[in-house]
Design a protein around this ligand. Structure first.
Ligand code: GDP
Ligand code: MG
Length: 285
């Protein structure tokens, strides 16, 4: 599925038919905010409840540069002998926002294999926060005190896309201030009687504190969504996949533009729109 092999689409067709959707929980936030530690703690809690857990950690770097991937692997390694846990790091390969349609294929396979919960960890840089919200059923944004995270989340419009706002490292000073800032930001954001505000939760992932509560909040959010809400999220995911497919193709079409045709645009003999139109037409034939 990850390597986009010929057989992948047939496999995808099969794993997606008749599978009961399981919660896909997106975990995003700045590097170092404690996402991996939190997911690791969530695994432990979920296991005590008898739930089988899969984790897909999307790393924006190459699979060979080590760093974050290695750290995540080592941390979650304590679960390696547990057959109810599966952890997979995937490189984003420069895909927009780090999430690719291949990643969605991987999620579907895990769903078909009977995992009860699927975590999707992505580094929150730019577009990926928005992407994660469109592919996950439940998006948890991990923030830390004292990092100006609250203000930044508000500015970047991330508040609206998060279903759960997790103030991690609540053992450090400033956690309550951040919670207050987030509350204030929520009350200022446009809302009506139908708005479901993101729950704000404090955790100390490193000690497992507040993690039970976080998992409960995920299930509460699922209840609020209801069947219709979950279906809506699935449709968003499908839309993301189709969009990613279109972008891949557009890139390939652009790649086929000759230097001469580009020079014509640069020097005003053709407009960008005209060249785009003709490239798309050529690709159709
Ligand atoms: N003080 C404190 N440190 C934490 C907490 N959770 C994680 N950390 C530390 O923060 C660092 C980054 O954690 P990591 O999970 O790798 O962050 P990620 O990059 O978001 O996945 C590690 O050194 C963790 O031990 C916490 O609740 N309190
Ligand atoms: Mg991590």
């Amino acid at each position: 599925m990850e390597s986009d092999a010929e057989s992948a689409s047939e496999l995808l067709r099969r794993v997606r038919s008749g599978v009961t959707p399981v919660p896909v929980i997106g975990v995003t936030g700045s590097p170092g905010s404690g996402k991996s530690t939190l997911v690791d703690a969530l695994i432990a809690v979920a296991r005590t409840r008898g739930l089988k857990v899969a984790v897909v950690a999307v790393d924006p770097s190459s699979p060979f540069s080590g760093g974050a991937i290695l750290g995540d692997r080592i941390r979650m390694l304590r679960h390696h002998a547990d057959e109810g846990v599966f952890v997979r790091s995937v490189a984003s390969r420069g895909a927009l926002g780090g999430l690719s349609r291949r990643t969605m294929g991987v999620v579907s396979v895990l769903e078909a294999f009977g995992f009860d919960l699927i975590f999707l960890e992505t580094v929150g840089v730019g577009q990926s926060e928005v992407d994660i919200a469109s592919v996950a059923d439940h998006t948890a944004l991990v923030l830390t005190p004292g990092g100006g995270d609250g203000v930044q989340a508000f500015k970047a419009g991330i508040m609206e896309i998060a279903d759960l706002l997790v103030v991690n490292k609540a053992d450090l000073p400033g956690a309550d201030t951040l919670v207050r800032e987030l509350r204030a930001a929520q009350s200022l954001a446009p809302h009506d009687e139908h708005t479901i505000f993101a729950e704000i939760l404090k955790t100390v992932a490193a000690k497992g504190e507040g993690v039970e509560g976080l998992l409960d909040a995920v299930f509460r959010h699922r209840e609020k969504l209801g069947e219709a809400g979950v279906l809506k999220r699935r449709l968003e995911r499908a839309k993301f996949e189709v969009g990613a497919e279109i972008q891949d193709r557009a890139r390939a079409v652009l790649h086929g533009a000759s230097a001469e045709s580009l020079r014509n645009v640069a020097e005003g003999r053709t407009t960008a729109a005209e060249l785009a139109e003709s490239l798309l037409n050529q690709a159709r034939r």
